[in-house]
Design a protein around this ligand. Structure first.
Ligand code: ADP
Length: 525
């Protein structure tokens, strides 16, 4: 059976052959032993087999010669050469394997060296302080990071005990012993936050990792200490904590203040509610009282006024001039008092919701004319005019109350205008309303007071206004009456030039059908 033998590589084999001392020794032995063996074999054959066979037959002798020298001899030589080749190949393979293993080992050594170099570079240039200490704590190596953090040059610290980096109180507290104990027990100290001192005395907060170092025999030869400067981080954290604490305190304070304020507010509210109830009661009492007094005053005043009228009409009584003048004054003052009582009564009724309105359709211009005539009959000092022959649709309102409103506005126009200044009245349709206006050329109203004059008891706080007799009720009553009838009142005024009061009344056609025949002006506002 043919074996799969690779063809011998002569050069390589020869090189291997000469290179190998073992093989050389073997071949020397073979070269000495092989000829002896062959010689011995041939000699034995020639002496015994040849001598014996020669007597039997020449032919057999020839055949035997042929077998021994022609077949067995080459076969022995062939096996011998095969064996040598196999030895050489085996040696070559072993040698190649050895060389490959050696190359691999060299590569590994080189890689380890490279790694070492890299590690050394990383350690040297690391921003963290990486130092090595011997078993006694003496500094042996000091990298660039350590230099930057602690400001010491390697030559200033190498050979010194690492306690130069510790605070005296840390040494007194036994931090060195504690670290050594940790290393003994666990082999390392990891992420230990502590403080170290730089060359200038500056305190550096560090995150320390300390590990015991062993040599290749497993003996402890010192420590490595890696310190990361976390001063800024810790300070920021502390600042944040402080801020947080301040914030929490502030929130707590504010919450407390808020709770107190809410409680105070609730208390005030309760007080206000109680005061309000009392005030409402008082208001009712006051209104009742005012209403009662006004009622009681109205009857005697009507009698006084009537008697005065009679006295003044009677030419025979109080003939002398001064008596009659005094009588005139009494009549004027009595009329004022009557108007005041009437005004207060109206306000009380409005606020009690008792002032009843009786709307009807009527001609606003005709009413204006009537009011003007009445004023002229009373001898008004100011000329009053109004548009005539205007075709105006009827309005839907309480006629008597509208007359009262007009009377009031004209009274004010006269009161707050110089004697003789004209007063102009007008009425014109606008949309679903008729707008009635009363214009004067009087003292006018300051802009900031315009909205307030319709409030109860409000009078313009100016000398020229206060000089005139009044009690600040007229416009309030006018506004409530007009609003109750679905209209509005407002004023346009220029200080020193005059005022125009306008109010609207709904057209009769619009509301007549749906409006009730009677309504009340009601509620407190
Ligand atoms: P009073 O009885 O004081 O006239 P009113 O309610 O009628 O009360 O008017 C309120 C205030 O409005 C008056 O005190 C006055 O200052 C001002 N005022 C009313 N009408 C006029 C006007 N035509 N010209 C100037 N000021 C006026």
């Amino acid at each position: 059976m043919a074996r799969d033998v690779a063809p011998p590589r002569t050069d390589a084999l020869m090189r291997s052959f000469f290179a190998s001392p073992d093989l050389r020794a073997l071949m020397t032995r073979v070269s000495r032993v092989f000829p002896l063996v062959v010689f011995g074999a041939v000699a034995l054959y020639e002496m015994f087999a040849f001598a014996f066979l020669r007597h039997i037959s020449d032919t057999l002798n020839l055949i035997l010669d042929l077998v021994v020298f022609g077949i067995l001899g080459p076969i022995v030589i062939w096996f011998t050469l095969r064996w040598i080749t196999a030895q050489v190949e085996e040696y070559d393979r072993a040698r190649a394997e050895k060389a490959a293993a050696e190359a691999e080992r060299q590569r590994a050594i080189e890689a380890a060296r490279e790694q070492e170099r890299l590690l050394a570079a990383v350690s040297a240039n690391s921003a963290d302080a990486i130092i090595t200490l011997d078993n006694a704590g003496i500094i042996k190596a000091w990298n660039r990071g350590a230099e930057m953090i602690f400001d010491y040059k390697p030559e200033q610290v190498v050979g010194k005990h690492f306690e130069i980096l510790l605070l005296p109180e840390q040494i007194a507290r036994g931090e060195i012993e504690w670290l050594n104990q940790q290393i003994r027990e666990r082999g390392f100290v990891r992420n230990y936050q502590t403080t170290r001192v730089a060359k200038d005395g500056r305190r550096v907060i560090v995150d320390l990792t300390r590990t015991a170092l062993q040599n290749e025999h497993g003996e402890f030869v010192g420590y490595s200490a890696i310190m990361r400067d976390i001063t800024k981080r810790v300070e920021t954290e502390r600042e944040l904590q402080k801020l947080n604490l301040d914030l929490e305190t502030m929130v707590a304070e504010r919450t407390y203040q808020l709770a107190s304020a809410t409680e105070e507010l609730r208390r005030r509210n309760r007080e206000l509610e109680e005061a309000n109830v009392k005030l409402t009661e008082l208001d009712h009492l006051k209104s009742d009282f005012v209403s009662m007094v006004s009622h009681e005053l109205r009857a005697p005043l009507t009698n006084i006024n009537g008697s005065l009228e009679l006295l003044l009409e009677n030419d025979g009584a109080f003939r002398d001039k001064s008596s009659r003048e005094m009588l005139q004054i009494v009549r004027e003052q009595s009329a004022r008092l009557t108007r005041l009582v009437q005004g207060i009564l109206n306000v009380s009724r409005i606020e009690a919701g008792q002032l009843v309105l009786q709307p009807q359709a009527f001609d606003a211009l005709a009413l204006i004319e009537r009011v003007i005539n009445a004023w002229e009959a009373r001898g008004a000092m100011n000329p009053l005019d109004h548009p005539r022959a205007v075709n105006l649709p009827s309005v839907w309102a309480d006629r008597d109350r509208t007359e009262e409103i007009l009377f009031n506005l004209i009274d004010n126009a006269i009161k707050y205008s110089p004697d003789g200044a004209p007063i102009h009245l007008d009425a014109r349709a606008s949309g679903e309303f008729v707008i009635v206006s009363v214009s004067d050329r009087g003292i006018g109203i300051p802009e900031e007071q315009v909205a307030k004059i319709f409030e109860k008891f409000h009078r313009v706080d100016r000398r020229d206004s206060m000089e005139k007799y009044g009690h600040g009720l007229g416009l309030f009553i006018c506004r409530r009456l007009i609003e109750a009838q679905g209209g509005q009142i407002w004023v346009e005024s220029v200080l020193g030039e005059g005022s125009t009061f306008r109010f609207t009344l709904p057209l009769a056609g619009r509301v007549e059908a749906e409006a009730p025949a009677r309504s009340t002006v009601g509620g407190r506002r």
